[in-house]
Ligand binder design. Sequence first.
Ligand code: SF4
Length: 291
Amino acid sequence: MPVYSHSRLSTFEKCSLRYKYRYIDKIIPEIEKSIEAHLGSVVHETLEWLYTEVKKGNIPSVEEVIVYYSQRWEKGYSPNIVIVKKQFTPKDYFDKGIQFILNYYLKHEPFDDNTLEIEKEVSITIDENGEYKIRGFIDRLSYNPKTGEYEIHDYKTSNSLPKKEDIESDRQLALYAIAVKELFGNEKEVSLIWHYLAHDIKICSKRTNEQLEQLKKETLELIKKIESTTEFFPNKSILCKWCEYNNICHEFNEKSPEDKEEEKRKEELKNYLRMKVPDAKNELKELDIWD
Ligand code: SF4
């Protein structure tokens, strides 16, 4: 029985063809990761390192944290990394990360010593027979002695803020809350905390035990739907620009009606000119209307 993750489930929900490429056919993408993915992973690695040091009793200076971030950026950077938003340069993204780290550091320094685990791996059983499991990693798990609550911290590097209803229905951290309750007791309170670094804000939410039970049922239904799916359809959207399989996806490469119309117009013009002005071939080649 495959082990699922939030990311695997959400890939299926967004585009089942991408799911097939990634999880069934296991195609290794030819396209490099996006610059947004690079930025996200380097920021996560930096905050992971920062809290690991704090846990050891050593608080790195902000300069040391920036140096660590810069080294990780360089190490994982490749010129083939995809930049979809052409108006930005790699340096723009690098600088963004510096700003995220600076804001976070200045807001949280000297950092509490409530951290229990960093990048904690959790496994959640969602059915009674223990057949279906969800695996995930909590960015940081802490215990707040003032409130008596466990806190699941998640760092977000995206530019957009979620709507209230998105936060209330978020599956990923809610699944992690099930794991935390399995570890520390079902009666314990668990706070879900998202740090939106681009906006320098944190958003908190909670789930009742009834909501978590309902979530297990819905997640199980989704897995059963995935496992009974035999046809995987593309779902073309703005997100295709960031899809690591867009070079092999027919739907993405299908020409738009506007492109088709433009091609037809060029063809008609070429045929007309072939008849009327055959000697103009070289000049027309330069104007990109002759093959
Ligand atoms: S390019 Fe778009 S439609 Fe094609 S697999 Fe990727 S997400 Fe799906």
